[in-house]
Design a protein around this ligand. Structure first.
Ligand code: GLU
Length: 256
Protein backbone atom coordinates (compact mmCIF):
# COMPACT_ATOMS: atom_id res chain seq x y z
CA UNK A 1 0.00 0.00 0.00
CA UNK A 2 1.02 3.60 -0.52
CA UNK A 3 0.12 5.46 2.66
CA UNK A 4 0.20 9.16 3.47
CA UNK A 5 0.45 9.86 7.20
CA UNK A 6 -0.21 13.39 8.38
CA UNK A 7 0.88 14.18 11.90
CA UNK A 8 -0.25 17.30 13.71
CA UNK A 9 1.66 19.66 15.96
CA UNK A 10 -0.42 18.52 18.94
CA UNK A 11 1.10 15.04 18.55
CA UNK A 12 4.69 16.15 17.94
CA UNK A 13 5.03 18.88 20.53
CA UNK A 14 4.01 19.44 24.13
CA UNK A 15 1.89 22.49 24.87
CA UNK A 16 5.21 24.26 25.64
CA UNK A 17 6.19 23.86 21.99
CA UNK A 18 9.02 21.52 22.98
CA UNK A 19 9.39 18.19 21.20
CA UNK A 20 7.24 15.33 22.50
CA UNK A 21 10.06 12.82 22.46
CA UNK A 22 7.92 9.81 23.32
CA UNK A 23 5.47 10.47 20.49
CA UNK A 24 8.03 11.21 17.79
CA UNK A 25 10.24 8.27 18.77
CA UNK A 26 7.32 5.88 18.62
CA UNK A 27 6.05 7.36 15.38
CA UNK A 28 9.41 6.90 13.65
CA UNK A 29 9.74 3.36 14.97
CA UNK A 30 6.28 2.30 13.79
CA UNK A 31 6.63 4.00 10.38
CA UNK A 32 10.02 2.34 9.89
CA UNK A 33 8.52 -1.04 10.67
CA UNK A 34 5.60 -0.46 8.30
CA UNK A 35 8.08 0.50 5.61
CA UNK A 36 10.08 -2.65 6.37
CA UNK A 37 6.89 -4.63 5.80
CA UNK A 38 6.87 -3.32 2.23
CA UNK A 39 4.51 -0.34 2.34
CA UNK A 40 5.39 3.05 0.88
CA UNK A 41 5.10 5.93 3.32
CA UNK A 42 4.85 9.65 2.72
CA UNK A 43 4.84 11.72 5.88
CA UNK A 44 3.17 15.13 6.01
CA UNK A 45 4.45 16.71 9.19
CA UNK A 46 3.35 19.88 10.94
CA UNK A 47 5.21 21.16 13.94
CA UNK A 48 7.63 23.70 12.49
CA UNK A 49 5.97 26.76 13.99
CA UNK A 50 5.16 24.97 17.25
CA UNK A 51 8.71 23.75 17.67
CA UNK A 52 10.17 27.10 16.66
CA UNK A 53 8.06 28.61 19.43
CA UNK A 54 9.61 26.21 21.91
CA UNK A 55 13.17 26.89 20.73
CA UNK A 56 12.68 30.66 20.72
CA UNK A 57 10.91 30.54 24.11
CA UNK A 58 7.85 32.31 22.71
CA UNK A 59 4.97 32.07 25.15
CA UNK A 60 2.21 31.72 22.57
CA UNK A 61 1.68 30.98 18.90
CA UNK A 62 2.86 34.04 16.93
CA UNK A 63 0.18 35.97 15.08
CA UNK A 64 2.29 38.28 12.92
CA UNK A 65 3.82 36.97 9.71
CA UNK A 66 7.53 37.71 10.33
CA UNK A 67 7.53 35.98 13.74
CA UNK A 68 5.51 33.06 12.39
CA UNK A 69 7.96 32.67 9.53
CA UNK A 70 10.98 33.03 11.79
CA UNK A 71 9.54 30.37 14.13
CA UNK A 72 8.91 28.07 11.17
CA UNK A 73 12.48 28.54 9.92
CA UNK A 74 13.89 27.59 13.32
CA UNK A 75 11.40 24.81 14.00
CA UNK A 76 11.66 23.11 10.61
CA UNK A 77 15.38 22.47 11.31
CA UNK A 78 14.60 20.98 14.68
CA UNK A 79 11.88 18.82 13.18
CA UNK A 80 14.01 17.43 10.36
CA UNK A 81 16.96 16.93 12.69
CA UNK A 82 14.73 14.76 14.90
CA UNK A 83 13.29 12.80 11.96
CA UNK A 84 16.66 12.26 10.31
CA UNK A 85 18.20 11.05 13.54
CA UNK A 86 15.31 8.74 14.52
CA UNK A 87 14.66 7.21 11.08
CA UNK A 88 18.41 6.68 10.64
CA UNK A 89 18.35 4.47 13.73
CA UNK A 90 16.13 2.11 11.74
CA UNK A 91 18.18 2.51 8.58
CA UNK A 92 15.71 4.68 6.68
CA UNK A 93 16.58 7.75 4.65
CA UNK A 94 14.35 10.79 4.75
CA UNK A 95 13.93 13.72 2.35
CA UNK A 96 12.51 17.13 3.11
CA UNK A 97 9.97 18.65 0.71
CA UNK A 98 8.63 22.11 1.49
CA UNK A 99 5.73 23.30 -0.64
CA UNK A 100 3.60 26.37 -1.17
CA UNK A 101 0.16 26.63 -2.75
CA UNK A 102 1.86 28.14 -5.80
CA UNK A 103 3.95 25.00 -6.33
CA UNK A 104 0.77 22.94 -6.41
CA UNK A 105 -1.09 25.28 -8.77
CA UNK A 106 1.63 25.77 -11.35
CA UNK A 107 1.49 22.77 -13.75
CA UNK A 108 5.27 22.62 -14.33
CA UNK A 109 6.14 22.82 -10.65
CA UNK A 110 3.40 20.33 -9.78
CA UNK A 111 4.70 17.91 -12.40
CA UNK A 112 8.26 18.27 -11.04
CA UNK A 113 7.14 17.65 -7.47
CA UNK A 114 5.35 14.46 -8.49
CA UNK A 115 8.37 13.25 -10.47
CA UNK A 116 10.69 13.93 -7.55
CA UNK A 117 8.40 12.21 -5.06
CA UNK A 118 8.01 9.17 -7.30
CA UNK A 119 11.78 8.95 -7.71
CA UNK A 120 12.30 9.26 -3.95
CA UNK A 121 9.83 6.43 -3.35
CA UNK A 122 11.55 4.28 -5.99
CA UNK A 123 14.84 4.94 -4.19
CA UNK A 124 13.26 3.74 -0.94
CA UNK A 125 13.34 7.19 0.65
CA UNK A 126 10.69 8.47 3.02
CA UNK A 127 9.57 11.94 1.88
CA UNK A 128 8.62 14.32 4.68
CA UNK A 129 6.45 17.19 3.50
CA UNK A 130 5.47 20.44 5.15
CA UNK A 131 4.20 23.73 3.91
CA UNK A 132 7.06 26.16 3.22
CA UNK A 133 5.89 28.50 5.96
CA UNK A 134 8.99 30.67 5.80
CA UNK A 135 8.24 32.01 2.32
CA UNK A 136 4.47 31.68 2.43
CA UNK A 137 2.07 34.56 2.27
CA UNK A 138 -1.68 34.25 2.79
CA UNK A 139 -2.25 34.46 -0.97
CA UNK A 140 -0.15 31.42 -1.83
CA UNK A 141 -0.66 29.34 1.27
CA UNK A 142 -2.40 25.97 1.35
CA UNK A 143 -3.25 26.97 4.91
CA UNK A 144 -3.20 23.70 6.81
CA UNK A 145 -1.59 20.31 6.57
CA UNK A 146 -4.84 18.32 6.51
CA UNK A 147 -5.49 19.91 3.13
CA UNK A 148 -1.86 19.44 2.09
CA UNK A 149 -2.11 15.77 3.12
CA UNK A 150 -5.20 15.33 0.96
CA UNK A 151 -3.56 17.02 -2.05
CA UNK A 152 -0.54 14.73 -1.70
CA UNK A 153 -2.75 11.64 -1.31
CA UNK A 154 -4.69 12.40 -4.47
CA UNK A 155 -1.74 13.47 -6.58
CA UNK A 156 0.42 10.50 -5.56
CA UNK A 157 -2.48 8.04 -5.96
CA UNK A 158 -2.09 6.81 -2.40
CA UNK A 159 -4.45 4.14 -1.06
CA UNK A 160 -4.85 5.64 2.37
CA UNK A 161 -4.51 8.94 4.23
CA UNK A 162 -4.13 8.76 8.01
CA UNK A 163 -4.64 12.01 9.92
CA UNK A 164 -3.01 11.68 13.34
CA UNK A 165 -4.16 14.29 15.82
CA UNK A 166 -5.01 14.79 19.50
CA UNK A 167 -8.56 13.51 19.04
CA UNK A 168 -9.78 9.93 18.65
CA UNK A 169 -11.88 10.63 15.57
CA UNK A 170 -15.17 12.24 14.61
CA UNK A 171 -17.78 12.40 17.37
CA UNK A 172 -21.51 13.04 17.23
CA UNK A 173 -20.89 16.02 19.56
CA UNK A 174 -17.94 17.67 21.30
CA UNK A 175 -16.71 14.94 23.72
CA UNK A 176 -15.22 17.62 26.03
CA UNK A 177 -18.65 19.13 26.53
CA UNK A 178 -21.16 16.32 25.98
CA UNK A 179 -20.83 13.04 27.86
CA UNK A 180 -23.20 11.33 25.40
CA UNK A 181 -20.91 12.13 22.47
CA UNK A 182 -20.30 8.96 20.44
CA UNK A 183 -17.33 8.16 18.20
CA UNK A 184 -18.36 7.46 14.61
CA UNK A 185 -16.19 4.56 13.47
CA UNK A 186 -17.13 4.30 9.81
CA UNK A 187 -18.49 6.87 7.38
CA UNK A 188 -19.59 5.88 3.90
CA UNK A 189 -21.01 9.25 2.89
CA UNK A 190 -19.87 12.72 3.95
CA UNK A 191 -23.32 14.27 4.09
CA UNK A 192 -24.02 17.90 5.09
CA UNK A 193 -24.99 16.51 8.54
CA UNK A 194 -21.57 14.90 8.91
CA UNK A 195 -19.86 18.07 7.69
CA UNK A 196 -21.78 20.07 10.28
CA UNK A 197 -20.04 18.00 13.00
CA UNK A 198 -16.73 19.58 11.93
CA UNK A 199 -17.07 22.81 13.88
CA UNK A 200 -14.12 25.17 13.72
CA UNK A 201 -11.80 24.52 16.64
CA UNK A 202 -8.08 23.82 16.39
CA UNK A 203 -5.46 23.26 19.09
CA UNK A 204 -3.40 26.09 20.56
CA UNK A 205 -0.33 25.13 18.52
CA UNK A 206 -1.73 23.58 15.34
CA UNK A 207 -3.70 25.09 12.50
CA UNK A 208 -6.30 22.56 11.38
CA UNK A 209 -9.34 21.24 13.21
CA UNK A 210 -12.11 18.80 12.47
CA UNK A 211 -13.48 20.96 9.64
CA UNK A 212 -10.22 20.79 7.66
CA UNK A 213 -10.03 17.04 8.33
CA UNK A 214 -13.52 16.50 6.95
CA UNK A 215 -12.83 18.47 3.82
CA UNK A 216 -9.55 16.55 3.40
CA UNK A 217 -11.52 13.30 3.75
CA UNK A 218 -14.04 14.47 1.17
CA UNK A 219 -11.31 15.20 -1.39
CA UNK A 220 -9.68 11.79 -0.93
CA UNK A 221 -12.69 9.44 -0.83
CA UNK A 222 -13.93 10.89 -4.12
CA UNK A 223 -10.58 9.95 -5.65
CA UNK A 224 -10.48 6.40 -4.32
CA UNK A 225 -8.48 6.68 -1.09
CA UNK A 226 -9.69 5.74 2.40
CA UNK A 227 -9.09 8.29 5.15
CA UNK A 228 -8.70 7.55 8.85
CA UNK A 229 -8.71 10.14 11.63
CA UNK A 230 -7.02 8.70 14.72
CA UNK A 231 -5.27 9.71 17.90
CA UNK A 232 -1.54 10.16 17.38
CA UNK A 233 -0.65 9.67 21.04
CA UNK A 234 0.00 5.98 20.35
CA UNK A 235 1.30 5.68 16.79
CA UNK A 236 1.11 1.87 17.03
CA UNK A 237 -2.55 2.29 16.03
CA UNK A 238 -1.15 2.57 12.49
CA UNK A 239 -0.70 -1.22 12.43
CA UNK A 240 -4.40 -1.76 13.09
CA UNK A 241 -5.40 0.95 10.64
CA UNK A 242 -3.42 -0.73 7.87
CA UNK A 243 -5.02 -4.07 8.77
CA UNK A 244 -8.44 -2.43 8.33
CA UNK A 245 -9.32 -2.81 12.02
CA UNK A 246 -11.67 -0.37 13.72
CA UNK A 247 -9.58 2.55 14.94
CA UNK A 248 -10.75 6.16 15.07
CA UNK A 249 -13.03 7.19 12.23
CA UNK A 250 -12.63 5.64 8.79
CA UNK A 251 -14.06 7.34 5.71
CA UNK A 252 -14.51 4.76 3.00
CA UNK A 253 -13.34 5.49 -0.54
CA UNK A 254 -15.98 5.72 -3.24
CA UNK A 255 -15.71 2.72 -5.54
CA UNK A 256 -15.60 2.91 -9.30
N1 GLU B 1 2.94 24.11 8.51
C1 GLU B 1 2.61 24.35 9.88
C2 GLU B 1 3.80 24.00 10.80
O1 GLU B 1 4.63 23.21 10.43
C3 GLU B 1 1.45 23.55 10.38
C4 GLU B 1 0.19 23.65 9.63
C5 GLU B 1 -0.89 22.76 10.28
O2 GLU B 1 -0.76 22.44 11.47
O3 GLU B 1 -1.83 22.40 9.60
O4 GLU B 1 3.86 24.51 11.90
Amino acid sequence: MRIVVKVGTSTLAHSTGCLNIRHIEELCKVLSDIKNAGHEIILVSSGAIGMGMGKLSLKEKPQDMPTKQAAAAVGQCELMYAYDKLFSEYNHTVAQILLTGLDLEDPTRYHNIKNTMNRLLELGVLPIINENDTVNTDEISVGDNDTLGAIVTVSMHADLLVLLSDIDGLYTADPHKDKDARLLSEITDITPEIEALGGKSGSSLGTGGMATKLSAAKRCVMRGADVVIANGSSPAVLYDIIDGKKVGTRFLAKKG
